[in-house]
Design a protein around this ligand. Structure first.
Ligand code: NZQ
Ligand code: ZN
Length: 385
């Protein structure tokens, strides 16, 4: 096992009606800005319920944080926070709203040009406003981590930053809040969480048996519960298992003490920035191709994953690895996602455009061994087509 330091300060309140805890968690004298997306929280009645819990608070609202939250929109929110002196933020929504809130929390107190937060991957952040979250879509793990991904449309960039100052103070995880999700978002969430596990598990062995077993537990649970949740969207127990899986998939626990890949995510971000695909749609395309191209590097873990997750034990190593990758693809199809760039009518020249963007953003030596160079990325993208 590799050396690691692990600290996760986010308090989780999990279960039915946990939004009541908001009034325990937010200081009574805080000036609270509730931040949300395109309106689902109004339609579902969640916003009204939150306002009832916070009836004795001084609150304001910021609406309109879009999926793949944009710098352009969020800077309006930064101005609002600064001009109206909010000192506590409450994100109500999915990964996009939570990521946007993290950016605003840091940018509101940042000396200098806020886009530099992204350009320096968050290393320049020295403080941030406190914030909590009410999660409405299990997918990203943003509710219990210190990462955020922001898009700047004017330069077609989708970049991430991370910093310990942007861990949420608390997150409310009520599985009932996910009953209203469209099927597409259920599929997206499961595939995103699945890929988060794979980015931390599917590398090379370092004798980290407990991390492997935790990861395999999350993968097996997603494979079992994900398709059922598509059929029974109001089954509380299915939703609860998926929700907790997605949080545990990216809260630092399974990634501690092991090598990590993330090349699928970095390529996926460029595809979203250029062509607007949902985050999980890009992962379902890139991950199978990435595993295929890098079979030799990932051989030991691929065989382990095939055997323990998909029960593939017959045949030579090569055919076992191929069958394993095929099973992974089939699972993405079952969850309703497509697995080729051409399925989204992206022209073949798009590969050049994606390669150019990767170069511009310094994404040239990716993967657990930093050997996923532009030639490897191009091979992967050709296979995605
Ligand atoms: O905007 P509203 O109207 O609220 O609708 C949203 C949105 O259209 C809707 N929705 C959310 N909860 C709902 C609901 N509709 C009905 N009922 C509910 N309960 O779902 C749509 C998608 O929401 P979004 O927040 O964009 O989805 P997700 O949670 O998948 O977040 C994706 C973003 O997170 C980033 C992605 O890149 C992408 O920008 N990621 C963040 C990570 C992190 N911070 O650690 C890691 C991930 O790898 C990922 O990159
Ligand atoms: Zn992701």
């Amino acid at each position: 096992m590799l050396n690691f330091s692990f600290h996760n300060p986010t308090r989780i309140h999990f279960g039915k009606n946990q939004i009541r805890k908001l009034s325990h968690e937010i200081p009574r004298d805080a000036r609270v800005l509730i931040m949300y997306g395109g309106g689902s929280v109004k339609k579902t009645g969640l916003l009204d319920k939150i306002k009832i819990v916070l009836k004795d608070y001084d609150i304001g609202e910021f609406e309109g944080i879009e999926p793949n939250p944009s710098y352009e929109t969020l800077m309006h929110c930064v101005d609002k926070v600064r001009n109206e002196n909010y000192d506590f933020l409450l994100a109500v929504g999915g990964g996009s709203v939570i990521d946007g809130t993290k950016f605003v929390a840091a940018a509101a107190l940042y000396n200098g040009e806020p886009w530099d937060i992204l350009k320096t991957f968050g290393s320049g952040i020295t403080e941030a406003l406190p914030f909590g979250t009410v999660l409405t879509i299990p997918a990203t793990g943003s509710e219990m981590n210190s990462g955020s991904v922001i898009t700047r449309h004017s330069e077609q960039s989708k970049l991430f930053f991370t910093n310990p100052h942007v861990f949420p103070f608390f997150s409310i995880l009520d599985p009932e809040l996910t009953f209203t999700l469209p099927k597409k978002q259920i599929g997206n969430g499961v595939v995103d969480a699945f890929t988060h596990v794979m980015e931390q598990y599917m590398t090379y062995p370092v004798n980290a048996h407990i991390q492997d077993r935790f990861s395999e537990g999350l993968l097996l649970t997603l494979i079992d519960q994900g398709p059922k949740a598509l059929k029974e969207p109001e089954n509380y127990h299915l939703r609860a298992n998926i929700m907790w899986c997605a949080t545990l998939a990216l809260n630092g626990l399974i990634g501690s003490g092991v090598p990590q890949d993330w090349s699928t995510h970095m390529i996926g971000h460029e595809i979203t920035a250029l062509y607007g695909l949902d985050h999980a749609q890009t992962l379902a395309i890139v991950l199978p191709a990435m595993l295929t191209v890098r079979k030799a590097d990932k051989k030991e873990k691929l065989l382990q994953y095939g055997e323990r997750i998909w029960r593939i034990t017959q045949g030579d190593d090569e055919s076992r690895m191929d069958d394993t990758i095929e099973k992974t693809k089939e699972f993405f199809h079952v969850m309703g996602l497509k697995t080729r760039l051409s399925d989204y009518e992206i022209p073949h020249e798009g590969i050049d455009a994606i390669m150019t963007q990767l170069g511009r953003h310094g994404m040239v030596l990716l993967g657990e061994r930093q050997d996923v160079n532009p030639a490897v990325c191009r091979k992967v993208l050709e296979l995605c087509y």
